[in-house]
Design a protein around this ligand. Structure first.
Ligand code: SAM
Length: 277
């Protein structure tokens, strides 16, 4: 049983699918605080009712976070205990809450984590990719040019890369990852974790990108995409790309030489641009 001290902000994880992935401490905390700040009160109500949590709810979402933060901090300063939840998983992880936690801490308010489900960590725990060092990238930019440019920046990272993606962009994002990281890079699509149609597919990016096109069911639901970090084979591609770039650079402007060298070697263009300059 948690003892709910007055004037604390409790940051409470909720399930990402399976309702039972809700810790006893999380449930008890939500029952005992004075008020729960929820991303979407209508979304959270059925889960809270299921666990007999009758605590009043207030809204804290990305559109009102600035205004809501001041009011919540005042309540905390007045000695009320407040819990923060998001629609699913851990608040602040691709979810609202950062401004509130920052403001609360700046005001000297104690912030207490009540940890639980997080899709990125759940995906990593079953992906079979190196988990000693990883980087969480959240959602990629929705526009193709910005997305590709972000991926180019990550192409040389040796750590496992973790992305969130929505069902209507998963095919596009996997195709861009294949083009930028190379089709042979190992990847995992972790879909609908803890839910009825949970699937975890491990394949090289070229096959994964093709599979979601031929099997649109794989585009349904919620996805975590995990991609192995740059390995030695990528170093070899890069070395080859740099060699070709150096030759072409003798005759061509650098942008054109980099584009052709990238196409010939499979090395990321941005990694070549500047390498021979
Ligand atoms: N705060 C959440 C967390 O701790 O994981 C993430 C919230 S973010 C708005 C929602 C995204 O998380 C989805 O678009 C999807 O990429 C990922 N996600 C959430 N639940 C998932 C699940 N059950 N299976 C796979 N991915 C999931």
């Amino acid at each position: 049983m948690p003892s709910i001290q007055p004037g604390c902000l409790w940051v409470v994880a909720t399930p990402i699918g399976h309702r039972d992935d809700f810790s006893a401490r999380a449930i008890e905390t939500l029952r005992k605080v004075a008020v729960i700040a929820a991303e979407d009160t209508r979304h959270s109500r059925p889960l809270l009712l299921h666990y007999n949590i009758a605590t009043p709810l207030i809204a804290l979402h990305e559109h009102n976070e600035r205004d809501a933060v001041d009011a919540i901090v005042r309540r905390l300063q007045g000695g009320e205990s407040v819990a923060l939840i998001s629609d699913a998983g851990t608040p602040l992880i691709s979810d609202p809450g950062f401004r509130l936690v920052r403001a609360a801490r700046a005001a000297g308010i104690r912030c207490v984590p009540v940890p639980g489900a997080c899709a990125a960590i759940a995906g990593l725990s079953v992906a079979g990719l190196p988990s000693d060092r990883f980087v969480f990238e959240g959602f990629l930019p929705p526009k193709a040019a910005a997305r590709r440019s972000r991926l180019q920046e990550l192409a040389g990272d040796a750590r496992t890369l973790i992305f969130y993606e929505s069902s209507h962009r998963v095919a596009e994002s996997l195709a861009d990852m294949r083009d930028v990281f190379g089709g042979e890079r190992e990847a995992v699509l972790a879909r609908e974790l803890t839910k009825l149609f949970e699937t975890v597919l491990s394949e090289p990016l070229a096959e994964l990108a093709a599979r979601v096109v031929v099997d649109p069911d794989q585009q349904r639901g919620e996805h975590v995409i995990l991609v192995a970090g740059r390995g030695e084979e990528v170093d070899e591609r890069l070395a080859e790309g740099q060699r070709v770039f150096a030759i072409l650079r003798e005759e061509l402007p650098p942008a054109k030489a980099a584009k052709l060298a990238a196409a010939i070697s499979g090395a990321p263009r941005k990694a070549l641009y500047g390498s021979g300059e």
